[in-house]
Design a protein around this ligand. Structure first.
Ligand SMILES: [Zn+2]
Length: 299
C-alpha cells in the first residue's frame, strides 16, 4: 500500500497563454510542469477527495490539487489538452455570469497555431469584459461541457460576478445583501448548467472577512479557497469546524524545476511552515513583495 500524504499542496493557476502577464504561465512551461508531475509520480485529486482529506481521511502520498481561477478561454486552448494527455483533473473556479453560447473553439491539440482563437493578455481581457466582449476572454458552456466530459476539469463557484462587494458598497448590510444575491445566482447558474453545484467556493481576489464567511456558509459553501500561501495539513481533531480554508501555491511562469522544488518543500508540513516564515522575513526586507501585490491585483 502506498504511503499517505502528510500535506496536500493546492496549485493556483489563472492563465495558460501565449499572451504574457503577471498571472500567466506560458504553454511550454505549463506543459513541462505537468510532464514533471506525471514523471515524478504525482496524482491529481478532485474537490471531493480534497474535502475527505480535510476531514481527516487518507490520500496517497504525492497527491495534489490543481486549480484555475476565473474560467478563461486559454484554459480550454492550452491547459485542457495537456491535462488530458496526462490523465490529470483540475478544479476551475468559474465566474458564472461570464460563459456564453456557441460551439467549441479549436484547441492546441486539434488545430495549428494560426487556427487557434486569439488570446488577450490579462489586462486587455479585463477591458474586454468591461466592454461586454466576455466571449473573447471566457470559456463557453460548450467548452465547459467538453472539459467535464473529458475529465480534465471540474467546475466550482468563483461567485457570479467577481465583484468585490466590500469595496463597492458603503454599508455592511448592502455588502452582505449583494454577496448573498451574487452567491445565490452563482449556485443557480451552476446547478442549471452543470446539473450540480458543490460547497467549494473560491474568494474573488482572495478577499474575505467574517461577513463573507457567514453569508457564504448560509448559502451552502463549506470549502473556501484563498490566496494564502502554504500547504494544507489534515485537520486535527480539535480544529474540526463547519468550514475549511484552503491555502494555495501560486505557480509562476517558470520551468518545471521551480515547481519541483516548491512541491518538495510544501509536501512536508513542518518544512513548509519554516520556509514561509523565512519568506515572511525576506518580505519585511522588501524582497518577495511582488508576490503579495500579484495576489491582490489578480482576478
Ligand atoms: Zn478570480
Amino acid at each position: 500500500m502506498s504511503r499517505r500524504a502528510r500535506a496536500l499542496p493546492v496549485l493556483m493557476y489563472h492563465h495558460v497563454s501565449t499572451s504574457p502577464s503577471m498571472i500567466t504561465v506560458a504553454p511550454q512551461h505549463f506543459a513541462a510542469q505537468m510532464a514533471y508531475l506525471a514523471s515524478a509520480g504525482y496524482r491529481t485529486i478532485g474537490a471531493a477527495q480534497l474535502a475527505a482529506f480535510m476531514r481527516g481521511e487518507d490520500v496517497p502520498e504525492k497527491s495534489l490539487v490543481i486549480t484555475f481561477d476565473d474560467g478563461y478561454l486559454d484554459n480550454w486552448v492550452h491547459a485542457h489538452p495537456v491535462l488530458q494527455r496526462h490523465g490529470f483533473t483540475a478544479l476551475c473556479f468559474l465566474v458564472s455570469s461570464w460563459p456564453g453560447a456557441g460551439d467549441v473553439r479549436p484547441h492546441a491539440a486539434n488545430a495549428t497555431p494560426d487556427a487557434l482563437p486569439p488570446l488577450l493578455d490579462h489586462h486587455a481581457g479585463e477591458r474586454a469584459i468591461e466592454a461586454g466582449r466576455t466571449d473573447d476572454v471566457a470559456l463557453r458552456w460548450s467548452e465547459i461541457d467538453a472539459m467535464r466530459a473529458a475529465g480534465t476539469f471540474e467546475f466550482h463557484s468563483h461567485t457570479h460576478t467577481h465583484v468585490r462587494w466590500d469595496q463597492v458598497m458603503t454599508s455592511r448590510e448592502q455588502k452582505r445583501a449583494c454577496l448573498k444575491d451574487d452567491l445565490s445566482a452563482s449556485r443557480e447558474t451552476l446547478a442549471q448548467r452543470l446539473g450540480e453545484v458543490s460547497d467549494h467556493l473560491c474568494w474573488p481576489q482572495g478577499y474575505y472577512d467574517d461577513d463573507y464567511r457567514e453569508v457564504a456558509r448560509d448559502a451552502g459553501f463549506r470549502h473556501f479557497y484563498t490566496c494564502h500561501v502554504g500547504t494544507n495539513a489534515r485537520a486535527s481533531l480539535k480544529a474540526q469546524a463547519n468550514e475549511r480554508s484552503i491555502n494555495r501555491l501560486e505557480v509562476r511562469d517558470r520551468p518545471a524545476s521551480w515547481l519541483a522544488s516548491r512541491l518538495w518543500v510544501h509536501s512536508r508540513p513542518t518544512l513548509s511552515r519554516a520556509y514561509l516564515r523565512h519568506q515572511a522575513l525576506r518580505e519585511k526586507c522588501g524582497n518577495g513583495i511582488v508576490h503579495r501585490i500579484g495576489c491582490i491585483a489578480m482576478r
